[in-house]
Design a protein around this ligand. Sequence first.
Ligand code: R5P
Length: 284
Amino acid sequence: MDWGIKNRISRIIKPKTGKTVMLAVDHGYFLGPTTGLEDARATVAPLAPYADAIMLTRGILRNCADPSWNAPIVLRVSGGASILTELSNETITVTMEEALRLNASAVTNSIFIGAPHEKESLVGLSHLVNEGARYGMPVLAVTAVGKDMKRDARYLGLACRIAAEMGAHFVKTYYCEDFEEIAKSCPVPLIVAGGKKTPELEALALTYQAIQKGAVGVDMGRNIFQSEHPAAMIRAVASVVHEKKSVNEAYALYKHLAGNGQPKTAKRQDPAKRAEKSASSPWD
Ligand code: R5P
């Protein structure tokens, strides 16, 4: 692997622990103003100091992120579909030159295995890997599977392995039963998404299980920014990922930090409404 690619990856996956806590806030690229991200700047600013990397689009980066933030950027460079249409019908929307101009530490797109536009998404990934090789830019592939396919070890394992075969430097997928089977058959680092909003204790348990079973970290969105106490939550997640804390220890840390007034982000909806809206995400 080229020096530039290794150097950029080491900004994201911290060499000290070999792990990462990425904050995913790219949801708006097809979901629009997702709950908790309506005011992206207000939500992300208090969390940025605790994130090992932030995954977002160039529009949110330019308009809502402060260039002085230290967190490396994983730039979403695909799009073209909305929640109202066929989600797999996306393409590469951002040039590598633009990613370099924005000082991205990695670029990312989604691959849709078993979906109508599977091929285009895989060709898009290959294009990024080719361009990435030219400029020293790592590529994170995000796995999605067709609407009728279960998000289980069989299909997610298929998607992760294909992503690695196409040359992705690391892969983001979902946690599921038998996750260790996916990790065993994927030769590049695996990062798990948080999925729909669940109680904090459950999200911490998911993080713990994923790390135990071979993930190098999380790229968590809704379970952080839709939490009642997002800054407390990201720090609790980091304690599991980097400090090997147990679920109960991390939950105690969350409660402690929440009790000590860890700043809330943008104005929050009532939890029942949030859960209801979160649960209706097309990813879940
Ligand atoms: C999915 O395609 C996007 O990359 C999201 O960033 C991610 O999957 C959502 O994160 P979470 O499931 O933790 O909200």
